[in-house]
Design a protein around this ligand. Structure first.
Ligand SMILES: [Fe+2]
Length: 275
């Protein structure tokens, strides 16, 4: 079956139809790369994928970043298990429960990951959707004066996966943190994207605190505008791959009484964000 790329009826994303992830040919790899550059998010349905296959799929995009924790549900350090399943009362995966605010993965690190692939193994009957924003489109929608103002500005982000309010956080300097350009350029096509997120962006350097907060709020509101969001209702066997350089994502709440098991491979970036 020939591969086809079908853009979603959404501000970002395309479904790849006819792909067998257990057999990534050169043509398939080229198609996937181009679709990810063009649409920022790739959806592949009905993939009963093994852990080894998921890792091979990730390798088509670059070097795999090891997980912070090896889960007994995989036993591999190149797979991140995201799950609320518990053994002896303790989660066997990371990020177990509830909703998560919009964030860019690893933005608190010097070299955040380039992309990630997430595979749905078990899902709740409702909720636990993943919402993706198009941060290229969000940048393009800004007034010219704001685009000009943002050029050259740097923002500091800190590790944060709990509190959703910046005010509720303990001192950012006690957490892993890093400063990146507020607008980053995608080297392959020169597109510019906002690199700011509700969950982890603490401040814009060189601006008074009030102005920094106001601009972060304005940019996050723009990013999270419904017109810039695709919300994915998972089906078992779905694999989603997102370009972490020009999207952010969030999770909706789901019942604690239902199991949710997702497996992720994280693809490293070979170069740091460019202004
Ligand atoms: Fe994430």
């Amino acid at each position: 079956m020939a591969l086809s790329v079908k853009p979603l009826d959404a501000p970002l994303g395309a479904e790849i139809v006819g792909l067998d992830v257990t057999n990534i040919t050169e043509e398939a790899s080229r198609t996937l790369h181009q679709a990810l550059l063009d649409h920022h998010l790739v959806v592949i349905r009905d993939q009963p994928t093994s852990d080894a296959d998921l890792v091979e799929l990730g390798k088509a995009f670059g070097p795999i970043v090891k997980a912070r924790m090896v889960s007994p549900l995989t036993g591999r350090d190149d797979i991140m298990v995201i799950s609320n399943i518990r053994e002896d009362g303790k989660p066997v995966g990371q990020l177990p429960d509830g909703e998560m605010a919009f964030h860019i993965d690893q933005i608190y690190k010097p070299n955040p990951c380039k992309a990630a692939a997430l595979h749905a193994v078990e899902i709740p009957q409702a909720g636990g959707d993943t919402m993706f924003s198009n941060n290229v489109r969000a940048f393009e929608q800004l007034p010219d004066a704001m685009k000009q103002k943002l050029q050259g500005l740097m923002a500091t982000h800190s590790f944060q996966y709990g509190e959703t309010s910046r005010d509720a956080r303990v001192a950012a300097q006690e957490r892993p943190h890093y400063t990146h350009p507020l607008v980053r350029r995608i080297p392959e096509n020169g597109k510019r994207a906002l690199a700011v997120c509700r969950l982890m962006t603490d401040r814009i350097e060189g601006l008074p605190d009030d102005e920094s907060k106001a601009i972060i709020e304005e940019l996050c509101d723009r990013i999270e505008d419904r017109g810039n969001i695709y919300s994915h209702e998972w089906r078992v066997g779905d694999i989603l791959i997102w370009d972490n350089r020009c999207t952010s994502h969030a999770r909706t709440d789901f019942p604690t009484t239902e199991r949710r098991l997702m497996k992720r491979v994280t693809i490293g970036d070979t170069q740091p964000p460019l202004a």
